[in-house]
Design a protein around this ligand. Sequence first.
Ligand SMILES: O=C(O)CCC(=O)C(=O)O
Ligand SMILES: [Fe+2]
Length: 272
Amino acid sequence: MKYSAPRDVDTNVAAGANDAGDGANTNNNGNTGADVGAGDSASTGDNDKVVASDDANAGADTNDIVVGIANVHIDDDANDVAKANGDVGAGVDANTNDCASVKSSADVDNVNANVSVGTNGDTNANVGADIEEKKLGLPSHTDKNLLTVLYQYEIEGLEVLTKDEKWIRVKPSHNTFVVIAGDSLHALMNGRLFLPFHRVRVTEKKKTRYSIGLFSTPNRDYIIEPPKELVDEQHPRVFKPLTYVDLMSFYHTEVGRRARSTLHAYCAVSGA
Ligand SMILES: O=C(O)CCC(=O)C(=O)O
Ligand SMILES: [Fe+2]
């Protein structure tokens, strides 16, 4: 999400371009959103049904928990209410049954306290620091939080890198949300949930693109480490324990910003 700088920031710089994935919590990516607060829910609509499709998961390893991104389609005449309430268990359950054991862990139930919502508007101009970046609304990145729910309003731009390294463009649709796993959830799942790189590339020259994001983040002091059920001989520990706050602090260092993957640069177990 991006793109128009917040009112108090130099408008020639895309404030969001280097701060992707922070959500509104850090308030430095141009989001105009506010924290919804612990335990709050953002319903996607009354009496709507959420259907997760796995189109974006081509090439996923079936031994792992595969779904790092889902298209969530709201079907007007169904009865389930979809909640994007930042509950890790709920978010993961929607994607795969493999996570039932994870949900049963008391620790995991406590991960999440904050859900923030951001809205963004963007024109195609003045985005990014160099020419290549100008073609992009937002460079390739992973979100740092747990789960992001994205909605594009009419103008497309969101692209997601699949496991077989192909960029797919997500078409906006009035009843489709995209759910993206972030670094924190990837670490919590011991790397067994696909962590999708994504970017925004705005090609529409004349119109402003708007998107809205719902960012769930872990409690600031919560130590993110996988439940024992997700660590075994075939799946050794991939990341050292971390907190979201420390990950974000690292991200704001020069090394952190340069790293292709903030999470891996910060706390990957060597040799894993
Ligand atoms: O605007 C979008 O569709 C995506 C934004 C995004 O990736 C982010 O804010 O992290
Ligand atoms: Fe993102």
